[in-house]
Every structure is written in structure tokens, then in C-alpha cells.
Design a protein around this ligand. Structure first.
Ligand SMILES: [Zn+2]
Length: 251
């Protein structure tokens, strides 16, 4: 019973063969796929993914999708609250901080807003954090305990217990199969029992065996890949699960 905790199945990369991708996942033993939202303009599209078997969605504003031309984000909290309830989202996200996206103070403000919606609705958050762990931790510590997942965790092994103490789980993707994944593997081995998840992060983070492929679609990751990722986790002595999510919600 595998769970893909993070796949952007609503992205155009899957337009040509989305149903076949889901079928392959089922054939590989994947019983649940969580599709995160990235931007309010595409939340309706994201929510449509729920019509496919075994799929639930989250809604959120990804830090790399913040429109630099917009300064007034007062709409975000109310719209997120309303649409998350309306579509039955099982989480808030993808949200977080990404140093490469710029405007970190705006990112922090919008993340705080989304964390508050998650708290109000009693939903877990899907957190994206790239090279901004100091800022993320100070915001999380200010806001107090929180349920959710550090998606595609890329922080240090030493920070794992710090995030875990706040209540967070950790998800790892195809990076585990890459040469040079030593830091990720060390971090995974620090994850407390019951706090580990795996993800395809589709269409990103293809397994090492997919890299260098030239056939269309071969370089993309897909939910069936979590079978390989879970096997790597098991070889490291850890069993991936469903984290803060109810398995029954995906049936
Ligand atoms: Zn993502």
C-alpha cells in the first residue's frame, strides 16, 4: 500500500496520458496520490484531479508561483479558505519559502496566511523549503505546533528532529536514487518512526534510471516511481507511510 504524497498530476506534462499514469501507479501498488495546488488561477484544475481514482488534492500558493506584478494579496486567505472547503481539500499547500524565488518577506507573509488557514480548517500543510530553513523555522516556531509534511526535504539531517518536534513529517523523492544523495539519505535516517513519506514530486525529480532517456515522457517522474523510492527507504531501514493523512480518505 504505497502513497505518493506529492505529484503535480494537473500539470501539462501529464495531459497526453494522465489516465494511463494513474493506472500504472495502481499497478505498482500506489493506493493514494496527493496533488498539491500551486496558484489560485489553477485551483479549479487541481481540484478536478479528484475525479481520478485514489486521488485527493491540496490547495495553496507555491512560493515560486507568486506573481511579481501583484502586491495586493488580501484575497488569498479568504479565497483559499473558501475553495479548500468547497472542494474538500485534504491539505493546504504547496506553500513555503524558496530563496531562489526572491521577495522573501512577501513569501513569509503569504506563508503565514496559508498556515493560519490550515490551522483554522484543521488541515495539514505541504511545505516547500529551499535554502530558507532559518526563516521557515522562525515562522513555524512563532506560530506553534503544526501538522504537515516537509515535501522533498532538502534540509540538514540535524534539522530533522527540530522540525519533527514541531509536529512535521518528511517526504523524500527520486533524489534518493541519485548519485550524491548522501545528505538526503542521512536526513531520512533521522526521521522518527511514523513520520516518513515518499513522493514522486512529478513531473520533477526523475529517478536516476530515467535521466538521459530521450523518449517523450521518459525523463518525467510519475506516481508509480514511489515503488522504487520506498524500496530505497526500506533498504535504509525506514518504512514510509501516510503521515498525517487518513489512508481511507484516498479510497
Ligand atoms: Zn511541488
Amino acid at each position: 500500500m504505497l502513497f505518493d504524497s506529492h505529484c503535480h498530476l494537473d500539470f501539462a506534462e501529464y495531459d497526453a496520458d494522465r489516465v494511463a499514469v494513474v493506472r500504472r501507479a495502481q499497478g505498482a501498488g500506489v493506493r493514494g496520490i496527493l496533488v498539491p495546488g500551486t496558484h489560485p488561477d489553477t485551483w479549479t484544475r487541481t481540484a478536478e484531479m479528484q475525479t481520478l481514482p485514489g486521488i485527493q488534492v491540496a490547495l495553496g500558493l507555491h512560493p515560486c508561483f507568486i506573481d511579481p506584478r501583484i502586491d495586493d494579496f488580501a484575497f488569498l486567505g479568504p479565497k483559499l479558505r473558501e475553495q479548500a472547503v468547497a472542494c474538500g481539500a485534504v491539505a493546504i499547500g504547496e506553500c513555503g519559502l524558496d530563496k531562489s524565488a526572491g521577495r522573501l518577506s512577501l513569501q513569509i507573509r503569504l506563508l503565514r496566511e496559508q498556515l493560519q488557514v490550515a490551522r483554522d480548517l484543521d488541515l495539514p500543510v505541504l511545505l516547500h523549503c529551499v535554502k530558507a530553513h532559518g526563516a521557515l523555522l522562525s515562522l513555524l516556531q512563532e506560530m506553534g505546533p503544526i501538522q504537515g509534511v516537509m515535501h522533498s526535504y532538502s534540509g540538514s539531517p540535524e534539522l530533522v528532529p527540530v522540525y519533527a518536534k514541531l509536529g512535521l513529517c518528511f517526504s523524500f523523492g527520486g533524489v534518493l536514487s541519485w548519485a550524491g544523495a548522501k545528505k538526503s539519505k542521512l536526513a531520512l535516517q533521522r526521521v522518527p518512526t511514523g513520520h516518513l513519506l515518499v513522493e514522486s514530486d512529478g513531473p520533477d525529480q526523475p529517478l536516476s534510471r530515467r535521466q538521459g532517456q530521450t523518449a517523450p515522457g521518459d525523463q518525467r517522474s510519475e506516481p508509480a516511481d514511489v515503488k522504487d523510492i520506498a524500496a530505497i527507504a526500506r533498504a535504509l531501514g525506514a518504512e514510509p507511510g501516510w503521515g498525517p493523512f487518513e489512508r481511507s480518505a484516498f479510497q
